[in-house]
Design a protein around this ligand. Structure first.
Ligand SMILES: Cc1ncc(COP(=O)(O)O)c(C=O)c1O
Length: 368
């Protein structure tokens, strides 16, 4: 008799459950300052909460396919209608749905690193080979490298994914490069998880009207502040949305998230408040920490900031450990570009941002 392991698909063997240790830790100890997962520090608005309560009372019913919220998304983005929108249980699920419809084992997915980890996790589950193209680090600034992305294309490339703005670097790629990549005809997924912080004017969604191979993804987890609710979406040409929607689990988005998402889209004042709070906090942290000699702050248009403290003589790991003594959880980054000084902070509440700044000034020995 063969062992059960011998029956597993070879490319999934040994893949563990995804557990985010710092999120586990933060839920166990609510006193900790969650400045590590690019969450929004502000709770949902009353309008969103009202929708949640209203539809919770109908939780005995199955949800429909979300035509109302999909129509709203289409309208907000200048698209024809709900046929251009697919909704998911967070944009992580949307990535899974997209990847499932393109990838067969051995296919290549190009990602621009450093980047969000879910592309790799979902790609590997389908047997994809992840091709990581590094960004350029020049004059203490992170830059996109569209030429290197194009050079990495082979006849096995099934998907190119680029986040705009990128996580963890916080910057945008120049608009013309999206056109160049779209022109290859290769399925090109643009992850706009954080675009609302700079405004929808920075979106590449208009490309979906000209290029069938362009797919835009978004989420309500960031600027809208609804990470725990799980709602994300993809926008593309109708035939592509039709095809990728074929991989959806029935009722993948619950009644409550679906209608709460609609309330969030209708509450643009609520979004504006959250964006204003965030962007002022990004400026505050950027300015406050730029005084540290040898400490480099990446210019961010999102709700997190990436730092390189390599030239201070200290490591990112040491900065993380010091912050932890004050109850602050930050996000570590691997060694890259000859520096082990990388780490990232997520914008917190006003008090948390002040605590973070003071903690860093203290750690790097700079007087206020
Ligand atoms: C670039 C990027 N895309 C997508 C997501 C996923 O968000 P969600 O699955 O909560 O929609 C994140 C979350 O951190 C992210 O950083």
């Amino acid at each position: 008799m063969k062992k059960v392991e011998e029956y597993y698909a070879p490319w999934v063997k040994g893949i563990p459950m995804y557990i985010s240790d710092h999120i586990e830790k933060a839920w166990r100890d609510p006193k900790l300052h969650r400045m590590m997962s690019n969450e929004n520090p502000l709770p949902p608005s009353d309008k969103v909460l009202d929708a949640m309560v209203k539809y919770s009372k109908m939780a005995n019913r199955y949800p429909d396919q979300g035509l109302v919220v999909r129509s709203k998304i289409a309208e907000m983005n200048g698209l024809d209608g709900p046929q251009n929108v697919m909704i998911g249980n967070g944009s992580s699920e949307v990535y899974d749905n997209i990847f499932r419809m393109f990838i067969t084992p051995g296919d290549e997915v190009i990602q621009h690193t450093p980047c969000f980890g879910i592309y790799g996790l979902r790609g590997k589950l389908l047997g994809a080979k992840m091709v990581s193209v590094p960004m350029i680090y020049k004059n203490h600034k992170m830059e996109y490298d569209p030429d290197a992305i194009l050079k990495a294309v082979t006849d096995k490339t099934k998907i190119i994914v680029v986040a705009n703005p990128n996580n963890p670097t916080g910057n945008f790629m120049d608009a013309q490069h999206f056109v160049t990549i779209a022109e290859t005809g290769i399925p090109f997924v643009v992850d706009e998880a954080y675009v609302e912080y700079a405004g929808l004017k920075m979106s590449q969604v208009a490309l979906t009207k000209k290029y069938e191979n362009v797919i835009i993804t978004r989420t309500l987890s960031k600027a809208y502040g609804l990470a725990g609710m799980r709602f994300g979406y993809a926008m593309a040409a109708k035939p592509v949305i039709d095809q990728i929607s074929g991989s959806l689990l029935p009722w993948n988005v619950g009644t409550v998230p679906m209608w709460a998402a609609l309330a969030a889209f209708e509450d643009q004042e609520g979004l504006k408040e959250r964006v204003k709070f965030n962007n002022e906090a990004v400026d505050f942290i950027t300015e406050s920490l730029s005084v540290i000699p040898g400490f480099y702050v990446m210019n961010s248009k999102a709700n997190y900031i990436l730092f390189d403290c390599g030239e201070t003589g200290k490591t990112g790991k040491e900065a993380l450990a010091y912050a932890e003594t004050k109850g602050i959880i930050l996000r570590g980054e691997s060694k890259k570009y000859d520096s082990d000084g990388w780490f990232r902070v997520t914008i917190g509440t006003k008090e948390e941002n002040e605590l973070f700044v003071n903690t860093m000034l203290e750690f790097f020995g700079v007087k206020k």
